[in-house]
Design a protein around this ligand. Structure first.
Ligand code: 13P
Length: 342
């Protein structure tokens, strides 16, 4: 393990107020998003859409790294340039999703366990040879009446830690993503309690598995009320609760925290990040950044709608969201600026 190289990559992923673009939707997830917009669910459409993203000029000004899916990391543009080469040329560090998805967990109705540890050592070795420098594994935690269970939290945390250790052994910076889902009627307080609990268990496992904290990135959910909760806190309340929770559970050795957007609107995801940085940045040991999927891509995908003629406009929409989140890291994001045609 080249310790310094891991630290350098982790630091670079959160440097210069840039953030990470998650474009690693699995084939079923990408197809689901396409279906909702009437876009054909074909390999050709997924290829065209990913080409739109990686050929967006100027993306590297705001985006430090892009997480790819196995299908995408092997693809190239119409003119024959591998996507991974294009990203690296734009100063964007290529990353790869290596989990095999969250599956129903035996003995735990309503809960999921992320699979993909078998053969992971061989897979990460191949990705390193292809040029990937970091990886992602997502665990899913559900809040419900008697959920999450200890069993689901412990099993998912252990899998995250084993994945992270294998990545570091191969020279990949692991993004450790324990996502407490927003679905449900639960309160912000309940999300706080579950998120804190999950993070403590995850960091305990990371410690036990010998993961070097300086060479990893944490990708958590923000502390939010459930989507169906009647009480929806203000942006500042969410920012304060999220930072309070993270301060309790995330060691100072971790260089950066890059949030997932998890179903928040693009504007809300930017506003929350902006408020966290504006209100707390000077007192925090880690960078607070973004690793958004939907909150970066949603408008671009809608505008593109599967039509070549819309590519340039869709790329502008992607660039705009990337810029907004860079601004949010600087406490310079204002919803009002979004319509001012900057
Ligand atoms: P969202 O920002 O759409 O939640 O996606 C981030 C991600 O990578 C989930 O694994």
């Amino acid at each position: 393990m080249n310790t310094q190289a891991l630290i350098d990559t982790a630091d670079a992923l959160v440097a210069d107020d840039k953030g990470i673009l998650a474009m690693d939707e699995s084939i079923p997830t990408c197809n689901k998003r396409f279906a909702a917009l009437g876009i054909p669910q074909t390999e050709a459409a997924r290829h065209a859409y990913r080409e739109l993203i990686v050929t967006t000029r100027g993306l590297g000004e705001y985006i430090s790294g892009a997480i790819l899916f196995d299908e995408t990391i092997r693809q190239q543009t119409k003119t024959g340039t591998p996507f991974i080469e294009l990203l690296a040329g734009a100063g964007i560090i290529p990353g790869i999703k290596v989990d095999a998805g969250a599956k129903a967990m035996a003995g735990h109705p309503g809960e999921k366990i992320t699979e993909g540890l078998d053969g992971l050592r061989e897979r990460v070795t191949e990705y390193v040879q292809m040029g990937a420098r970091f990886a992602k594994w997502r665990a899913v935690i559900v809040i419900g009446d008697h959920l999450p269970s200890r069993g689901a939290i412990e099993a998912n945390a252990q899998a995250l830690a084993r994945y992270a250790a294998l990545c570091q052994e191969a020279g990949l910076v692991p993004i450790v993503e324990p996502e407490v889902l927003m679905d449900g009627e639960h309160s912000l307080e309940r999300c706080f309690q579950v998120t804190e609990d999950v993070l403590h268990v995850v960091f305990n496992q990371l410690y036990m598995q010998g993961v070097m904290l300086e060479g990893m990135i944490l990708k958590p959910n923000m502390v939010l009320p459930g989507l169906s909760c009647t009480r929806q806190e203000t942006v500042d309340e969410v920012a304060d609760a999220t930072v309070k929770c993270l301060k309790r559970a995330v060691p100072a050795a971790v260089p950066g925290i890059t949030f997932l957007s998890g179903g928040q609107s693009p504007e809300r995801a930017s506003a929350h990040l902006n408020a966290m940085n504006g209100r707390h940045k000077s007192h925090l040991p880690w960078a607070l950044s973004f690793s958004y999927g939907r909150a970066l891509q949603q408008y671009a995908m809608e505008i593109w709608a599967g039509e070549d003629a819309n590519v340039a406009e869709a790329q502008q929409a992607l660039l705009q969201r990337a810029r907004c989140n860079r601004d949010a890291r600087r406490n310079e994001y204002h919803v009002a600026l979004e319509t001012s045609g900057r």
